[in-house]
Design a protein around this ligand. Structure first.
Ligand SMILES: [Fe+2]
Length: 208
């Protein structure tokens, strides 16, 4: 049985209110957990880890498993406490985008223009050995393409409607100012060292 991970904060002022935690984490994320536990019963994936399900299952089982992971990761990408970027992350950003300002502009533009429900990611591409921005729709996750997430923002309306109504750009500006750069820096370090295994390690740290 999969269990809902703990939330690493109770609220993030100006970005994620207690009410949004109650709905987005307590209801939406919990529902993906419940659906996953129901759908996995009596399938070849019963008893398997979340990483195996995400990378091998399809249909409703994939959708709910991927949404569990996508949300797990999202909660770690923001924090009420400011932190700094590693030199390794700064270098990767400069190499890929030219400057931090250009990265911010490109990332926010990509998240703003993503049509419908989905996720905007910063990933490490182990083939190209550099970081890239990636949009995914609905439950899709870059993990299935062998790309390693290091940052994500949820742009489903349920992520921002309570606190920001329909103003996705306002939510995204607030999101960007509360990114947990320590977590993102660590994710890049592990992605470069361990590749896709780092995703499995991360999942196993939350779901054992
Ligand atoms: Fe969400």
């Amino acid at each position: 049985m999969f269990k809902l991970r703990s939330l690493p904060f109770t609220e993030i002022a100006g970005l994620i209110s207690k009410e949004t935690c109650e709905f987005h984490y307590g209801k939406h994320h919990q529902t993906y957990i419940n659906n996953l536990n129901n759908l996995v019963k009596n399938t070849e994936f019963e008893g398997k880890g979340l990483f195996d399900i995400i990378t091998k299952a399809q249909g409703g089982l994939f959708n709910n498993a991927a949404q569990v992971y996508n949300h797990d990761f999202y909660w770690d990408c923001v924090s009420p406490t400011p932190s700094t970027r590693s030199a390794e992350l700064d270098e990767a950003i400069t190499t890929a985008f030219g400057s931090f300002e250009k990265f911010k502009e490109t990332f926010l533009n990509s998240a703003t223009t993503l049509f419908g429900s989905g996720w905007c990611w910063l990933v490490y591409n182990p083939s190209a050995k550099q970081i890239e921005i990636k949009q995914t729709s609905n439950a899709q996750t870059p993990v299935t393409e062998g790309l390693i997430p290091i940052l994500v923002v949820d742009v489903w309306e349920h992520a921002y409607y309570i606190d920001h109504r329909n103003a996705r750009p306002a939510y995204l500006e607030k999101f960007f100012s509360h990114i947990n750069w320590k977590f993102v820096s660590d994710a890049l370090e592990w992605a470069k060292k361990e590749g896709l295994n780092s995703v499995n390690f991360y999942i196993n740290s939350l779901h054992v």
